[in-house]
Design a protein around this ligand. Structure first.
Ligand code: ATP
Length: 453
């Protein structure tokens, strides 16, 4: 990339999304290729790790994990960089298999507030491409679209997401072209060992309950595996410990919102419950759970507006056991994704976590006990009262007793194998951290954050 180096150094934020398809490729891998090129250029400083921003996981047109990427750099040859980005986005996106790439470029130290708000909405709501385009025009964000260009939504949202609050890291290793599509051979015992030895600084490496490796995808995409954790050093050293025999292309560390529950931070009031939204709801159980075919559990809740919603707890989450013990009157808080209940054309709340806040008393009416002989009395027929069959003592009506409930207050989380990228693992509660954005102060990145083998 020839450059004249005559411009003053300025900060540019590069967002891109929707470059892959289910047939192959991956937006993070394109980021790896772009960084590989930019890192070799003089006059470019990365002012943050590449960001892998997971957006609303309930968007049906996502390919896999609804991830968008943002690169933030300081450079004195932005025009040549944009030229290079346009070229590589065109050549490396899976346009033939339905990718709809979008690129957004914003120049400036400070991210404008409306762009940050847009990003927040893209985390838990559905936003329209027209909104992204209008905002880009207002804020002088340069946008470029290919195919239907839907990727500009994610591209804009990734730039607007500073991840100043809670965040995690992922070191993602990439395969060489000649191995794409072949099975990934990972040593299960090494992964399990890393999982045990790095706890609580890594997460979702290994599912002990189901004896399953969680760090590798199964499809034809170029990701070999990814280690998630709290800091760059831990994810890099852990990745080295699980390195396979297969020769890899390299790895890159992303700063991400994975494992933070970022999509569930907003309380959904009744008016905000619409299809594909995410959030949490404080509610009361209004119809007791039933277990349906497949082990899924269904019940009904009502929020403070008294509007009622069906709720589904899917079997793979492992939350069915606790959910099935709920009763009418229990106060709960549920993290949910809203989906369309197609046969009924209504919304249904799919539970991502369950918090039991107040347990209602279970009062049941039973036949009275005989005071004299202590035996349970028998009914004499409808409205005829009760009689002790031993001593003949009589009573008019049933008595009310409180049944002990087999349920405890607390927060309940899905199995790790059922985690979404954004799902916050139990042990991360209390481990939240900040990454304040201070203009003009460039934090040093870990020296090994990018490697090409
Ligand atoms: P991968 O995780 O493998 O990179 P993906 O799951 O991110 O793929 P994409 O191919 O990027 O899937 O498709 C997601 C599409 O949804 C993108 O075009 C993105 O711009 C768009 N999108 C993301 N968030 C929202 C949102 N909140 N509202 C509307 N569209 C969105």
């Amino acid at each position: 990339m020839p450059h004249k180096g005559t411009e003053d150094s300025k900060v540019i934020h590069i967002g891109f999304d929707d470059t892959d398809s289910i047939a192959g490729r991956c937006t993070t891998n394109l980021a790896f290729k772009i960084v590989s090129k930019l890192k070799n250029e003089t006059g470019i400083t990365f002012i943050d790790y590449p960001l892998l921003v997971r957006l609303n996981p309930n968007i049906p047109w996502k390919t896999r994990g609804n991830g968008a990427v943002c690169l933030r750099i300081k450079t004195n040859h932005s025009a040549q960089i944009i030229e290079f980005l346009l070229k590589i986005l065109r050549s490396e996106s899976d346009l033939l298999n339905g990718a709809n790439p979008g690129l957004a470029i914003f120049e400036g130290e400070l991210i404008p507030f409306p762009l940050r708000q847009f990003s927040r909405r893209a985390m838990n709501d559905v936003v329209k491409i027209e909104e992204a385009e209008k905002l880009a025009a207002q804020l002088s964000v340069q946008i470029f679209k290919y195919g239907q260009g839907l990727g500009v939504i994610g591209a804009m949202a990734s730039i607007g997401s500073l991840l100043e609050g809670d965040h995690t890291y992922e070191a993602i290793a990439y395969r060489k072209d000649e191995f794409l599509g072949s099975p990934r051979k990972l040593d299960k015992s090494k992964v399990s060992k890393v999982d045990i030895n790095t706890y609580p600084l890594t997460f979702n490496c290994f599912d002990k309950i189901h004896d399953r490796v969680l760090i590798a995808p199964h499809g034809p995409d170029p990701v070999f595996c990814g280690i998630r954790g709290e800091d760059p050093q831990t994810v890099i050293s852990s990745l080295h410990k699980v390195m396979p025999m297969e020769k890899l292309e390299g790895y890159m560390v992303f700063r991400t919102n994975q494992g933070t529950n970022m999509h569930l931070q907003n309380e959904l009031s009744q008016s905000e419950i619409s299809t594909h939204r995410a959030g949490y709801i404080r509610c009361v159980v209004t119809k007791r759970p039933v277990i349906i075919r497949g082990g899924h559990v269904m019940f009904e809740v009502s929020d403070c507006s008294n509007k009622k919603y069906p709720v589904a707890v899917y079997e793979p989450t492992g939350l069915g056991n606790i959910a099935s013990k709920l009763l009418e009157g229990d106060n709960i808080d549920i993290g949910v994704g809203v989906s369309m209940n197609t046969p009924h054309s209504t919304n249904i709340l799919n539970v991502e976590y369950l918090s039991i806040l107040k347990i209602a008393k279970e009062i049941v009416n039973i036949n009275p006990l005989c005071d004299k002989c202590g035996k349970r009395m028998k009914s004499e027929g409808k409205n005829k009262g009760f009689q002790c069959k031993i001593c003949g003592d009589k009573r008019d009506s049933k008595i009310s007793v409180t049944n002990p409930r087999d349920i405890q207050l607390g927060m309940f989380f899905p199995y790790s194998k059922a985690h979404r990228h954004l799902t916050k693992p139990l042990h991360r509660f209390g481990m939240e951290k900040n990454y304040p954005h201070v203009p003009n102060i460039i934090k040093a990145l870990h020296s090994e954050w990018f490697k090409r083998f």
